[in-house]
Design a protein around this ligand. Structure first.
Ligand SMILES: [Zn+2]
Length: 103
């Protein structure tokens, strides 16, 4: 707990970019390095603009993080809904397309 707090404090000192926590690796990262996934009225969508309605979680567009989120059922837990394996796969496939985009 304490180390986590220290980390967040250090980061906010050096960077002014808003930080968000990835639900895969659970690390705080600059918002623009993560992709938002939104849930509105039971519909889960990838929200790269970060402006979609509803509740949102953030995930690194990284296979390792997606795998962790899948195993931990992070999306289901955060959104408090059931997401089918198929739906989850679609979301992750879309997320992958944002991986290292334009670099
Ligand atoms: Zn991550």
């Amino acid at each position: 707990m304490n180390t986590m707090k220290k980390m967040v404090l250090n980061m906010s000192k050096t960077k002014k970019t808003p930080m968000r926590r990835c639900v895969g690796c659970m690390e705080s990262k600059p918002k623009n390095e993560l992709v938002r996934i939104a849930c509105y009225e039971g519909e889960v969508t990838v929200d790269p603009t970060g402006k979609a309605k509803g509740r949102g979680v953030y995930l690194c567009p990284d296979k390792t993080c997606m795998e962790k989120a899948r195993k931990r059922r992070s999306l289901q837990r955060n959104f408090e809904i059931e997401i089918s394996e198929e739906k989850l796969q679609n979301i992750f496939t879309e997320l992958e397309s944002y991986e290292k985009q334009g670099e």
